[in-house]
Each structure stands twice: as C-alpha cells, then as structure tokens.
Design a protein around this ligand. Structure first.
Ligand code: PMP
Length: 397
C-alpha cells in the first residue's frame, strides 16, 4: 500500500540481519506433543509448567462461568467491568500469597508497565537488575524516576547503588524472581537484606516462579522464607497457571492506589468471566495437587542432568528453564532447525534478547512431559549437538 513501503523495507533489513521472527502455528491445544507448522513435535518451549492449559477442572470452571456470565465483561474494571468472580480471584490470590491484598491486571506485561510508574516518580530512584524482563524495562521508561541498572545478580553493585542514592525520596529495587532467559533464581535473601539496611522497597516479578517455587507454587519470596518482607510481588496467570493475566500481591493501600492510578488497569477492559473462573480453579489445583509441582521438578532434574552430562553449556540455570547455549546467533538458529527436523520444538533465542555470543535454544520441561518425551528430546539434542560440534560424539560402550 502507498506510504507503507517503509514497513517492507524494515522487514527486509530484519531478514538480512538474521533476526527476523516468524510465528509457529499450533494446530491444537498447548500440550507436550502437538502439531506445529503441520508437523508432530515434542514441545520444549512453552511456559505451561504444570500442564494446566488443558486441566479438566479448569475447563469445567471456565465453561460454567461462560454459561452463567457470558463471554465478555463489557467494561473496564473501574466502571462496570468488575464481577464477583474478579473479586473472588483477588481474595484467593491474596490469601495464597500471604499478603493483605491483590489486584489482577490483563497480563504480566500490563502489571509491570502499569505498577512501576505508580511506585516511583520524579525524585525517586529505581535500582534494577540488568537482565530484568522487557516489561519491567518499559515500566521504568514510563517513570521520571532516576534509574540505576546493576550488572546481573551483582550484590556489591546493588549495595553501591543503594548507598549512592540515600538522598532520594523513595527507592525501589526491582528483580525477576527467576530470570526468564537463564533460569537462575534471584539472590532474594541478600537483596531483601540490603533493601532493609538502606530503607528501600523490593519488587519481585515472579512470572517464572509462580506455580514453580515455594510451597504449592507460592513463588520465590515464599521459597526463601521471606513472606512479609517483600513489599511488592507480581506474578502471571499466563505461565504455570495456564490461563492469562497478571497480579500484584501487596498491601491494601497499594491495591487501592493502583485502582486509581494503574493506567492499564483503569483504561483496558477486564478479563472475560471464563478466564477469571479458570484462574480461581487453578489456585484450587495448586492447593490440592502438589504432585504436579513434584513432577515438574522431577522432570527438570532428569532433563537437566542428562543434557549437562552430554556436554552442553546450560549456564547458571537452577529451574525448569534450561538454556542450551550454542554461541553465535547462526549456531543457535541452526541448533533449533536441526532439533525441529528431529521432532523437537524449541526456537533459537538470539541478540538482542541475549548477549551476542550467548545465543541459545531455551528449553522448558513441564509436569506434563512423560519420560519417553524427554528421552526422545534428549536423543534429538545428542544428534544435533554432535552435528554442530557443540558436544563430543557418544562413545559406544
Ligand atoms: N515478566 C517476566 C519475567 C516474563 O517472563 C513475562 C512473560 N514473557 C512477563 C513478565 C509478562 O507476562 P505475561 O505473558 O503474562 O504478559
């Protein structure tokens, strides 16, 4: 179309630089084995940690809510889009997280981009880990607060930033609970200790820890026994919870303030009843089926040990996120291509999402994978790793 040629030019540039992303299309539900781009593969790249996207109790709850309340809410939360279901979900989340109150946003992204600007403004300082998620970066960009980015997990640099910002009105330390590209866990006990020493607030994004770490999947704060010492916990309902949305668990005062000042919350329509009811049912599942989390960790240990034993570089991962680091971008893309040929779906992740020399295939195993799924996936990695010279050939015994 006339005057839109610039978009085609930019796409051509992306393709030439090898960083162009195309969508992979699933021909069915999100499951460990599925049809992707017309081919049956083992999925090793979803955030469906507990397999809840197809859980029968959650489907039933969604269908019942659909029949009772309809398909949409017809309004933003702050006008007439708050239904009893939304309030029930928030009460359940607050109790689950051992906090005073909770508030649900449309997504985890909407949480970070909407909450951070309410917590810090001109005269305040935000101290943020270099590897924090894009939505945190965008949330920080929306504030007029000063920002200090510390090298990943560097506690000396964090302390220095806290020491140097003592005159600020408010200070906010922001960290992912589990880092999404590397799978390492934030050093929360040290972060909280330092924040307490210098009188700063701590904000933890538990997108990849909700449903994964802590008792019944309560998250990284609970995992470290820090309940009551982290001012703001954000989580998603879109990963281990299997549905869609984000929430903040904090004080009643912050909830009230966010209802009045959280722009995505105020200006965007609320979740459909089926989504909200499925999330409530997910909390029931977390509370009554702890074996799902045990299975997730059992599968994680099984896969991680074997992939490391093969000789792959898996970085500092401690959680179900296992990066398989290939080096330069083209190597990671090639690894992903060979894996797909061998029946495993795990896209390459390249610069600028990760460092240029640390391009990788990021794998996430789930509770829903069988040992056979994992064994087949491991065989594909062995083959791809040998073909690309990332690991030595297996010596026959
Ligand atoms: N925070 C982190 C650390 C994430 O990995 C993600 C998801 N990519 C989000 C926030 C955004 O969550 P959602 O998908 O619910 O918007």
């Amino acid at each position: 179309m006339r005057n839109m040629e610039w978009a085609d030019d930019e796409v051509r540039e992306l393709k030439a630089s090898g960083t162009f992303v195309e969508l992979n299309v699933l021909a069915g539900p999100q499951k460990p084995r599925e049809i992707v781009n017309g081919r049956e593969v083992i999925n090793l790249c979803s955030n469906n940690y507990l397999g809840l996207t197809t859980h029968p109790r959650m489907r039933e709850a969604a269908l019942a809510a659909l029949n009772e309340f309809g398909v949409g809410t017809g309004s933003v939360r702050a006008i007439s889009g708050t239904m009893t279901l939304h309030v029930q979900l928030e009460d359940r989340l607050a109790r689950f997280k051992h906090t005073e109150a909770s508030l649900v946003f449309q997504s985890g992204f909407a949480c970070n981009s909407g909450i951070i600007p309410v917590l810090a403004a001109e005269g305040d300082v935000i101290i943020t880990d270099q590897l924090n998620h894009a939505s945190i970066i965008d949330g920080i960009r929306l504030t007029k607060a000063d920002r200090k980015i510390f090298p990943h997990a560097d506690m000396d640099a964090l302390e220095e930033a806290l020491r140097a910002s003592q005159g600020a009105r408010r200070r906010l330390v922001v960290t992912d609970g589990v880092f999404s590209m590397d799978g390492d866990i934030a050093k929360l006990p040290e972060i909280v200790g330092l924040a307490e020493k210098y009188g700063a607030m701590v904000y933890v994004d538990d997108a990849h820890s909700s449903g994964v770490l802590g008792a019944n999947g309560r998250g990284s704060v609970n995992h470290f026994g820090l309940d009551g010492r982290v001012q703001v916990q954000v989580g998603t309902l879109s990963k281990a919870i299997g549905v869609l949305g984000g929430y903040v668990a904090s004080t009643q005062g912050l909830r009230d303030l966010l209802i009045n000042r959280g722009r995505p919350f105020i200006f965007s329509t609320s979740h459909p009843p089926a989504v909200t009811a499925a999330c409530i049912a997910a909390i029931d599942v977390l509370e009554s089926e702890p074996e799902l989390i045990e299975k997730l960790w059992d599968n994680t240990k099984y896969f991680k040990t074997r992939i490391r034993d093969m000789g792959f570089d898996t970085g500092a991962s401690e959680t179900p996120i296992t990066p398989v680091i290939a080096g330069e971008s083209h190597k990671a893309m090639e690894l992903s291509r060979i894996l797909f040929r061998e029946g495993v779906f795990a896209p390459g992740i390249v610069f600028p999402t990760v460092a240029a020399d640390k391009a990788r295939v990021r794998t996430i195993v789930t509770a829903a994978h069988s040992k056979q799924d994992l064994d087949e996936a491991l065989a594909a990695f062995q083959k791809a790793g040998e073909e690309l010279g990332l690991i030595g050939a297996r010596v026959p015994v």
